[in-house]
Design a protein around this ligand. Sequence first.
Ligand code: NAG
Ligand code: NAG
Length: 726
Amino acid sequence: MGEAADSDPYASILKRISTSDVPLLKEYGLSGVAVALLLAVAIPVLLSSLFGKKMKKRAVVADVGGDAGLTMRNSRFSDLVQVPWEGATTMAALFEMASKKYSRHKCLGTRKLINREFIESSDGRKFEKLHLGEYEWDTYAEAFYRACNFASGLIKMGHRLDSHAAIFSDTRAEWIIAAQGCFRQNLTVVTIYASLGEDALVHSLNETQVSTLICDSKQLKKLPAISSKLQSLRHIVYIEDEPVEAETLNQMKHWTTLSFTEVEEMGKTSHVEARLPSSSDTAVIMYTSGSTGLPKGVMIAHGNMVATTAAVMTIIPKLGIGDVYLAYLPLAHVFELAAETVMLASGSAIGYGSALTMTDTSNKIKKGTQGDVSVLKPTLMISVPAILDRIRDAVFKKVGEKGGLTKKLFDFAYNRNLAAIEGSWFGSWAPERMIWDNIIFKPIRAILGGRVRFVLCGGAPLSSDTQRFMNICLGVPVGQGYGLTETCAGAAFSEWDDTSVGRVGPPLPCCYVKLVSWEEGGYTTSDSPMPRGEVVVGGYSITQGYFNNEAKTNEVYKVDKRGIRWFYTGDIGQFHSDGCLEIIDRKKDIVKLQHGEYVSLGKVESALTTSSYVDNIMVYADPFHNYCVALVVPAHQALEKWAQSSGINYKDLEELCQNDQAIKEVQQSLSKAAKAARLEKFEVPAKILLLREPWTPESGLVTAALKLKREQIKTKFKDDLNKLYH
Ligand SMILES: *[C@@H]1O[C@H](CO)[C@@H](O)[C@H](O)[C@H]1NC(C)=O
Ligand SMILES: *[C@@H]1O[C@H](CO)[C@@H](O)[C@H](O)[C@H]1NC(C)=O
């Protein structure tokens, strides 16, 4: 809603994160250079070939029967973990027990609003600027008390126990309090990404027959316009994160409408006995984008979420009451919900922030005042690759601008640490890394508050460059995760001491990961050097299926003879010799041509991207033909340079993209790239179209992590694709 419908929940966040505030690097004096040179010469001599790295076995073969395939489990646990500790079998029990255990510790923190003002830019547009103060904290005991009150208040308000409640709000403390309140009454919470758009919202609320909607003030304003479509709705609870105008409330007459505080107050004065759920009850119906059409509601049981929580708690070293977590990704996404549940289970403090207020120079932060990270100084964060990419680019840009000695020293130190991490022949000599850390990299760390010690990254593959940047410049290990809503976030997670790149680690201890041969696609578990196949995940974290969609559920979820539930992800993976998983392809991105050959679109695209003329490319294969075609966004500079040197006359880029010679030139370059990658003839696009407009997340054609959105691109260029085949 508001923004263009976008199935990528992170796209809009990404647009808002400002990283123009890279802390300035100090100018380093001659002493730094001297130390650098000394170390550069001395250490290799001292330490040559002392260390050889042994590969640690992180997953082992598990014998669990079921469909044929190669099944692995985490090597640290011989049995799958199911609960974080005895008795914590539901989200409600987990929170209640945690609030007793950590009662006086900080639990949920929200920044105090000191002042809100609007400033006008030169072109007359108005911008909201916030002056936010310190964090104000609810202790665990207080947060639990609020959740109990909210639960009572909700029932007093008239919410019927046999109907669902939905939460439609940005990430904030009330989100967790409301959800935990619902869990205490065994109510299922429906969640919807704000970025899915209005139709998706209407569809989700209607499909699940939601009777109470809990929303923030921003979403509240949108309701009157769609009220006629929200037929099952009876009650609205709005969070007063911004002043709500009487006029808005007047338009809510056909619903019982109360503020969040009113509901809490009501619960305080009239307590309603809890009706606690069991582990197999549905905690959340989480709507996620379907690749086509309407969103699907994934039913997540209490038992699924506590299993993931238990598993992730074993991944983060020394997790506990000393940790401070910055919460800013959407809670309607399973990744964030799982992460916050992990924090709650471990007694950590959760400080809420937002992409708009994260750093000192974020859009909504009043000049001269502090962003969320500067005030909170988190120790743990989760992120998606695109956000980390942006931070990396900002730092490198700043260093480049400084130039001179700063850049030389930075590059030198960076390369030394890179070599150390990658385990080159002089091993990693801690004192040297410490020196570089202190003089070069420490100032940069202020960009995330200076105390971050572990970053969990998920949602899409993280590039090796960015992972190394995080290791070196921010000095933090990055745990890469792989999982889907259907597997309740975690399926595989790289461990903190694993510094390799491009892999997603061993299975989490709550589930098995199995590879199943896909003969037609050419991926089998007997492939060498690594077994390959479709990634199938089984165990306690596998969710219950899609709400109201048994056909689709039965298609991708299977239960084996031993009662283990499996989810068929459609992703293609391979197991490394230490048991870590790497995702290499996507089943639905593989098309069978008319004559029976298979084209793996992703594989072909990554081969063709090596052509210097390609900025972006989507290969398309129509199963009714025996060749494929491609849409190419050319690299403008390279193409124009070629055009000038070949004496081509053209008015503008648009015209150049239609020039036959230009098309031919790009196509030849693609053929060369294909040959270098040993592609088969049928894999090389027989016809191409050059497109002038770049594909950006804003255009909706690629995700925030710049992954192609095939369906959207196919729809937009439907006619062009048809023409390429005629
Ligand atoms: C709500 O769902 C019912 C079926 O349960 C359907 O007939 C109706 O058209 C839906 N309404 C909207 C507004 O989607
Ligand atoms: C929780 O609610 C569901 C759905 O109404 C019901 O089937 C289940 O038995 C309830 N759980 C408990 C422990 O009462």
